[in-house]
Every structure is written in C-alpha cells, then in structure tokens.
Design a protein around this ligand. Sequence first.
Ligand code: NAP
Length: 294
Amino acid sequence: MTAELIDGKKIAQQMQAEIALEVADFTKRTGVIPCLYIVMVGDDPRSRTYVQRKMKALESVGMRHQFWHWLSWDEHGHGMLVDDIRHYCSLKWCHGMLVQLPLPPEYDPFPIFDAIAPEKDVDVFNPVNVGLLLQGRPRLKPCTPAGIVEMLKRSGINLPGKKVAVINRSNVVGKPLSSMLIQDCNEYANATVTICHNKTPPDLLKAITLSADIVVVAVGIAGFLTADMVRPGQVIVDVGTNHLPDTNKLVGDVDFGPVSEIVAAISPVPGGVGPMTVTMLLRNTLEAAKMQVQ
Ligand code: NAP
C-alpha cells in the first residue's frame, strides 16, 4: 500500500479525550451531566450495535444516556412516537435527542425530524437546523459530515480551493456535507463540490471522480470505487459500511487494496469515518447541553 492512511480512529480518540475534559469542566461549573436520549425504532441488530457503541462512548467521556426502544410500529405507532419525542424534548434533563436510522419503511421520517426540538437536535435533522446549516450559521453540525471535515483538517488535508466529488445525495451524508464544504468562511471550507447519485451516468461519474482532488464515497456497495476511477495524488474518504455476506466482515465502498496502491491518502473502513461520527455526536451532545444550561 502506497497511500497514507487517514486514521479516523486515532483522531477520534484524541478528540474524545479533549471532550472528556470539557465535560468534566462543564459538570463542575454547572452541576449538570449532559444527557442524550436515544430512540431506536424496530429491532435491527446493526442499529442495536451502533446504539450500544454510542452509549459506551457517552459513558466514556462522562455523559449520560437514556435508551428508549420503540418496538411497536403499527398504524398508531408513528403518531405516538412523534408525541413522545415532543414530550421527552420538553424535559429539562434531556439535552439531546437522537433517532437512530434507518426507520422502518412504513415510517415517514419528516414528522419525526420536525418533532425534535432544534436545540436538542444533535443529528441536525430538524428543518430549522438544516436551514441554518445551509445559510452557513449552524448551531450544531451534522455528525457524519462534520466528522469527515474534522478528520481531513486534523490530517493536514486542506479543503479551500479543492475540487471534491461526493457520491451520495442523502439527507445524512451528501446534502449536509456539500453545504458545509461550499461555505465561504474561515472555518476550513471554500471547496468546489460536485454531487453524484444513482442517476449519474457511469461514464460521467468516472470522469468526475478522476478530475477531483478529494472523493467522498457513500453508496453502501462494497468495492464500488474501483482503481480505474481514481488517480495518483487524490484523497479518498470511504463512508460506506457494508457487511460481506459470507463472513459478515465490515468493509467500505472502496476496492481498498488496488485503490490504496494509486492514491495519496485514504480513510479505511473500519477505523475511518465511523469513529469520527460517534465523536461528533459526543461533541454535539455537550454543545447542546451548553446552549441549554449556560
Ligand atoms: P442512502 O440514503 O441509501 O444513500 C446512498 C446514496 O448512494 C444515494 O444518494 C444513492 O443515489 C447513491 N448511489 C447508490 N448507488 C449508486 C450508484 N451506482 N452510482 C452513484 N450513486 C449511487 O444511504 P446513506 O444513509 O446516505 O448511507 C450511505 C452509506 O454510508 C451506507 O453504507 C451507510 O451505512 C454509510 N454511512 C456511514 C456512516 C458512518 O458514520 N460511517 C454514517 C452514515 C452513513 P440515489 O439518491 O439516486 O438513490
């Protein structure tokens, strides 16, 4: 492998140590321990694993969590869930509200996102927070996009003036990431961004990835970004999480072996964007508590 490894796991550990100090200071000054309410709808084993990882990380930096497992998703469940989210958001001790995705397909996510109080919206799904982000004045920054930006920044990879290809247009990754990357601010942005998706013709997609300085791929298909789609000097950020059918091994969207022989730097899966996302959730829970308590 010739590419430099972008070590998201190590950066996340450093950041979590910094956050733990800030939490201790906040709790000492205010007497308040920041608390995140986590809602999981349904019983997807992978969601369960992600939720457990988030709860462990919260504990490790001195914060609290309340896990709320919503198992009934019949025709009444959706409305009751929305009401309950509103109720829990009204509680003083709930500083952040996280709804673990994906939701069951029968659920319309938008009324659920609308019900999360903007000041407690640690994943930045409420339209008020999405609008503030788009205008370049976010209260909280969405976890996965902010984790990607912070990982690049702490790896010494500059964004201003760079051409970035983002293969994803979802509300979780592509849209918020592109709106962060294009902002004209001193805070590490000013990139030129092209967004690709399922309807981007393969030839055009390849031309875009080959012309980019940085490629962010988040399609959810193992081995999607192949060696013929990259060139020397590029930085590759792999967001995808895929479990191989025979071994259940976790892999990203990049055909890692061949691609890492060509490009300049690459973030691995596991150990790249995943730990950064969890770390930004910790950061947002603390920031949300600060906004409400101070
Ligand atoms: P999603 O909503 O399914 O989005 C997938 C995106 O990929 C869509 O925009 C889709 O285009 C695009 N796409 C699919 N096939 C394509 C193709 N052949 N060519 C070009 N674009 C294609 O999923 P998501 O929630 O954004 O997550 C994407 C991946 O990132 C998943 O593997 C997820 O597990 C992972 N993820 C990881 C983290 C982390 O912290 N590590 C966080 C979030 C997500 P259309 O919109 O046209 O369908």
